[in-house]
Design a protein around this ligand. Sequence first.
Ligand code: AMP
Ligand code: GLY
Length: 422
Amino acid sequence: MNILILGSGGREHALAWKISKSPKINKLFVAPGNAGTSKIAQNISLDPNDFKSVKKIIIDNNINYLIVGAEEQLVNGIHDYLLNCKDLKNLKIIGTKKEGAKLEGSKEFSKKFMNKYNIPTAKYSAFDKENFEKGVEFLEKLKPPYVLKADGLAGGKGVLIIDNIEEAKTSLKEMLNGKFGKASEKVVIEEFLDGIEVSVFILTDGKNYKILPEAKDYKRIGEKDTGLNTGGMGAISPVDFVDENFLRKIEEKIIKRTINGLQKEKIEYQGFLFFGLINVKNEPYVIEYNVRMGDPETEVVMPRIKSDLMDLLEGVANKNLNEKFLEFEKSAVSTVILVSEGYPLSYEKGKEIKGFENVKDSIIFHSGTKIEKGKIISKGGRVLAITSFGKDKNEALKKSYKNSEIIKFENKFYRKDIGFDI
Ligand code: AMP
Ligand code: GLY
């Protein structure tokens, strides 16, 4: 089979790494990819939002499977677009159609869905510009901190958590007036949930599902989870507090009800589904759905999957996932993200990265890198994910941290407290 993975981050490198081990693969392509993916697959330069070009690449390279890495293309309907191309009848697509992508593409849609199917989540109400005054009244009824979310996709920046009521009202006004463009024409205001977050993933064919290893992401730039939100500064899997009992609650109250809801709504969903959860007094609540894998979570989840991922993806596409087998590695996996200093605000790019040959006991997944004149250079905020196995998380983290030092580039920064519960 010929496979095309769409995207260019650490998530796509980790997916490519796992898929490249499958005996079912003939050729593997990543578009546009990065310096890391170019070592294990063929990179194809392309804008993933240019669906016509994606189609051309699929035809030119006899692609059998397209795996869509990021939410943007799914929300914009890449699956529906390609499905309607008469000359692409045999293409299988891992990634939901537009209707299912609304679970991530519209916070209001996902909140309504969760309420309808009795899936535990924070209480909420949604407001547009005409209802600003009602929004203010709703805020006044809540206790601080106040959680304001742009309804649409806002590149991970659309959620504000504010302590002061007057500031919350001002922010509501600013959001409705276009602070996040079209994405915040509608704003979801919700109750603040106090707890610890965990990321849980499934692969589903729309009816059957497999629960993948869970992971914990460390989102803030600063240690002890302080400072600005980032795409994610590191991750571990497994997560200590996700024991059998807690996992059973997640499956019964969240996963099964979500799959049932999708079926009742006649939303065909084939692909990864990511539940952003929060543990409040040992009860799981959904903070958000994502219609893709997480980054950096994928960099710890993929190494923990022992089974052939391509075999599972065939099960997704052919709707017989129940006949497939998923086995996990018992070991713990950690990843530490090396970023360009200044991220998530402004930072310098174009720095040469050295030391790869001295790293013996970690897997290095690339995020923002490219090859220029034979050298690997940085081209993004998140640059590399230093991923390691261990008999427990401490052993894994020790290797990730040792190798985070060995890799050198100017203005390298990373958090030193990944893996500690916060
Ligand atoms: P989201 O984009 O919905 O995942 O929100 C981004 C981050 O804001 C989450 O990862 C949480 O850390 C935080 N957050 C969102 N909603 C809530 C909530 N209702 N209570 C507490 N924290 C929240
Ligand atoms: N690491 C969180 C996300 O991918 O959304």
